[in-house]
Design a protein around this ligand. Structure first.
Ligand code: SAM
Ligand code: DTB
Ligand code: SF4
Length: 332
């Protein structure tokens, strides 16, 4: 067994884990998973793009950057009633969380207030809430906490070394600062990354080390498989070996035992067996709904059928609340 050291997970320990035989890794991930979670339950989050495209940033993976010619047609902020209707449909289909994404570098204070109107509409539908709007100041994070937001999503995306090959318009430290502001405000942190962007195994290990040493550790960790969108600089990136993808899920589970590890973007190109391996490796959340922000996701019917074949139940709001109370009791 590879130990964590006294101050948390070292790079060497994580790199060793990542290179260990798949069977050993899945066995260890299963033990950690079963200690904290029901292994036959998966949380369902539905995404909505509330402001689409025309983003000034240059994230090489993203179809919403204004710098790349992609299929994305820019759209202004989605009207409150449309957001409410989408949240209602997500709840009726069985999702417990509704995540709103906006293609901004950072929201203005005026836009943040407009997003809060949409947040209130989702809350009124009785769903947990998550939003992702780009960088936030400390004051903006506090404003979202006052408004009752549950989670803020802001990804580290990759390791610091690889990051510089992917994004030039904001730094890794900018991301860490937003994450600190979010945690300081008392919001739950949703933070993960993207695999299949040409990173090395060591760079994957370093991404996991960065995530696992955030204080506190993120409550939600989305692991995305790059969707290679035509027109983006990464359209022809070499896909990651599916077993290597599963390995990263297992290492995320082992190093962040209390987190929901989400098998995120990229499932539409992933076969059922690989997805099943990801659940065995400790993934316990998915994006659920026929689309992500601007790209396709498996249909909700296909997902319910797959979960049913695996004997996995969608997590209910009641399960989620019980889990949160357990964690709060442990922390206080
Ligand atoms: N603009 C905000 C930001 O960047 O923080 C929020 C929206 S942004 C689209 C949210 C996340 O989606 C990114 O951090 C990235 O991890 C993920 N993402 C974007 N394009 C992707 C792609 N083609 N494949 C996989 N994940 C992607
Ligand atoms: C995350 O880690 N993945 C989601 C969510 N957080 C916002 C976004 C995936 C986007 C995939 C590409 C698209 O649909 O535009
Ligand atoms: Fe803009 Fe976010 Fe896409 Fe980067 S990932 S280009 S910040 S929408």
């Amino acid at each position: 067994m590879t130990p964590a050291n006294d101050i948390g997970w070292s790079f060497a320990a994580i790199a060793d884990l990542l290179a260990s035989p798949l069977s050993d890794l899945i066995y260890r991930a299963q033990r950690v998973h079963r200690d904290k979670f029901d292994p036959n339950s998966v949380q369902l989050s539905t995404l909505a793009s509330i402001k689409t495209g025309a983003c000034p940033e240059d994230c090489a993976y993203c179809p919403q950057s204004v710098r790349f010619q992609t299929h994305v047609e820019p759209e202004k902020l989605m009207p409150v009633e449309e957001v409410r209707a989408a949240a209602g449909r997500a709840r009726a289909a069985g999702a417990t969380r509704f995540c709103m994404g906006a293609a901004w570098r950072a929201p203005s204070d005026a836009n943040l207030e407009r997003v809060i109107e949409r947040l209130e509409a989702v809350q009124a539908e009785g769903l947990e809430t998550c939003i992702t709007l780009g960088m936030l100041t400390a004051r903006q994070a506090e404003r979202l906490a006052e408004a009752g937001l549950d989670y803020y999503n802001h990804n580290l995306d990759t390791s610091p070394a690889h990051y510089e090959r992917i994004i030039t318009t904001r730094t890794y430290d900018d991301r860490l600062e937003t994450l600190a502001n979010v945690a300081e405000a008392g919001l739950k942190v949703c933070c993960g990354g993207i695999l299949g962007m040409g990173e090395t195994a060591n760079e994957r290990a370093e991404l996991i080390r960065q995530l696992a040493t955030l204080e506190p550790q993120p409550e939600s960790v989305p692991i995305n498989n790059l969707i290679r969108v035509p027109g983006t600089p990464l359209a022809d990136a070499e896909p990651i070996d599916p077993f290597d993808f599963v390995r990263v899920i297992a290492v995320a589970r082992i190093t962040m035992p209390g987190a929901y590890v989400r098998l995120s973007a990229g499932r539409d190109d992933m076969n059922d067996a690989t997805q099943a391996l990801c659940f065995l490796a400790g993934a316990n959340s998915i994006f659920y709904g026929d689309s992500l922000l601007t790209t396709d996701n498996p249909s909700h019917r296909a997902d319910l059928a797959l979960l049913d074949r695996l004997g996995i139940e969608p997590e209910t709001q009641v399960d989620a609340r019980a889990k949160t109370n357990e964690v709060d009791a442990h922390v206080s």
